[in-house]
Design a protein around this ligand. Sequence first.
Ligand code: PMV
Length: 326
Amino acid sequence: MKATAVAPANIAFIKYWGKSDDVLRIPLNDSISMNLSGAQTTTTVEFSPVYTKDSIMLLGGSFSEKETDRVVDSLSRIRESVGVGGFVRVVTQNTFPKGAGAAASASGFAALTVAGFAAAGKSMTEKEQTIFARLGSGSACRSIPDGFVQWQKGNSNDNSYAYSLYPHDYWDLRDILVIVDAGMKKVSTTEGHSGVTTSPLLDARLRQIPDKIARVSHALAHKNFQELGEAIEEESESMHSVMETQIPPLYYRTGATHVIMEAVVAWRNRGIPAYFTIDAGPNVHIICEAKDEDKVVQQVKQLGIGVDIIVNTPAPGAHIVDRHLF
Ligand code: PMV
């Protein structure tokens, strides 16, 4: 009754911001993402009659009470679905800072779902796993399938799920993740999503989504890097415009974030094809092709801003591994 899973974080090319159902975490729009090789969570889950309560531990860090409750809720959903009782021990480890917009909740709930069902002895289809992961954290559903992933918004628990568009070795892209602040973000995404309807820009954003999905899909199908880059940069700006005009406003980007964004545009004007995208935190994901990785990393180092640089390739989705954390 013990299993361990590894799951990647993912960077959203088309973002998920706002839900039509807060409890089921049904999003207002479809989203598209890429799994990240350098930002991963490993989680071991064990069911045992010896345990007298659920215990949840993050190696090298700690969970708040709220976060622990969300993990326990996920475990309870697994117990209920499988029909097992008893308590669970969970030990988890990230290769990157939690809560800094590097999508630790996505990799975390994806790993927990895959390890949890395996430990409970129930085999699930990938689609079912994405649905369960979504209930823990919306974007977690995109960390289960391989490589480049689409989350179909759907309108019910059963038809809001994620699937792979292309495997991780389909296109040798890079996500150069510049960590400018490894601390916790001030406002959780769960809280942030719920204020989305207060932004006067939300309707305009949602009207543009089908066209942006079409552009990103076309760019992926034809490996057209410029088309992809232009669409994802516009999309990131669109989501942050909504966030920053919500009441109360959410400023996830800091001064350092803006310096890097402007630098990426300047590098592009000097012939380095790279584009930025930013999730719910100050850190900047710079997307480029493998051939430009060294140039981009060198430029980032010259800026002298980031506290860390994580070079990501497209990665497989969540999967079971043999090596347990305890
Ligand atoms: O899954 P959540 O509730 O942490 O929301 C993630 C939202 C963004 O990272 C900002 C965008 C996305 O699609 O990943």
